[in-house]
Every structure is written in C-alpha cells, then in structure tokens.
Design a protein around this ligand. Sequence first.
Ligand code: CA
Ligand code: CA
Length: 145
Amino acid sequence: MSNIENFLTASEEGAIVSAIRDAEKDTSGEIRVHIEYNCDTDVFEHAIEVFHYLKMNNTKEQNGVLIYVAVDKKAFVIYGDKGINKSVSDNFWNSTRDTIASYFQKGEYAQGLIEGITKAGKEMSKNFPWIHGDTDELDNTISKG
Ligand code: CA
Ligand code: CA
C-alpha cells in the first residue's frame, strides 16, 4: 500500500458511502468514515481530534459515530458521541470492532468497513430510530486527511 488512494478503490468507496446511507435509513444517528494514511500519534487520541474537527459533536442527539482508519498502522478506532455511549453496551463496540478487525486481518478493508457500518447502524437504530423529518446532519462521504 503505497498511498491513501490505493487503500480503497473508487467502487469500494462508493459501496461504503452506500452502506452509510442505508444504515442511516433506519437511524437518526450519523456515521462517518475518516481515512488517514499517516498517523504519527496515538490513534485513539487522534480519532477524537478528527471527531471534533469534522464537527461530529454537533449532532442534536449527540449520536454521531466515527470510524477512523490509520492506513499506515492498519489500525482503526470506532468513536461514538455521548448519546451513543449512554445507550449502547460496551459489548456492542467490542463486537463491532472484532467484526471489522477480522476483515482487516484478511486485507478486506472495504468489506470490513461495510460490515462495521451495517452493524453499528443496526445497534444505533434501537435507541435512535429513524423518525420522519430526520435530517442528514453529517455528510456520508469518506473524509481523508
Ligand atoms: Ca440523521
Ligand atoms: Ca449522514
């Protein structure tokens, strides 16, 4: 993997964006994916910085979830806002993380992200169901840094 553009193909990116859009059909929560080639600090701390940089802390119900990927470290972090953390179990995050990790280990990054997004969306829909008039508060496209 020589650069960030090789991490996901254009069609894989499209499939990930579709997975986010589909997940958000069932939940008012917001899911974003951020991909970074080079992370030279602690990935978890950096994921929190990115979360704020993307203004993901500005959702009405504090129900944004970020999946942050550091390509060089083949590492990722799932970070949810306060509303999410109040409503889902620790086990949920662990099982979502394990799902993504199992695909990453095989080098199936796009599939891992899609499965993780779908799983997160299902869990979020229990406490944050989609309601009529819900707005798409955060862009579904993949952000890169
Ligand atoms: Ca929404
Ligand atoms: Ca969205």
